[in-house]
Design a protein around this ligand. Structure first.
Ligand code: ZN
Length: 111
């Protein structure tokens, strides 16, 4: 969503590789996981110990409320403040539906 974000380009490249060689994306992912797994075990254990349930939806989070619920609250508040969203509540509903597909990701761990 950020201006200048290159990830969509990377995604296009991966999709082009997948088109020419079906299974390449899964192979890339599982190969990475196999080779990198041991490097993340300690961090994952630490992060898992810090997880609790989101007070709103029950999903795992490191805070009281998960990132998805915080974002949904923020979008809801901003949509309520925008005249076009008030005049067209289906826009706010469509935005909320789109956000439902967002996966909650724990914030990066600080050292
Ligand atoms: Zn939540």
């Amino acid at each position: 969503m950020a201006e200048g974000n290159r990830h969509l380009g990377y995604k296009d490249v991966l999709n082009a590789i997948e088109d020419r060689s079906p299974g390449a994306k899964a192979s890339f992912l599982f190969g990475f996981l196999d080779r990198a797994h041991d490097r993340f075990v300690d961090d994952a254990d630490d992060e898992r110990a810090a997880l609790r349930e989101c007070a709103v939806c029950g999903s795992p989070t490191t805070g009281d409320v998960c990132a998805f619920c915080r974002l949904r609250d923020r979008v809801g508040a901003e949509a309520a403040a925008v005249p076009s969203a008030r005049a067209k509540p289906e826009l706010a509903t469509a935005t909320m539906s789109a956000l439902d597909s967002v996966v909650d990701v724990a914030p990066p761990r600080r050292r």
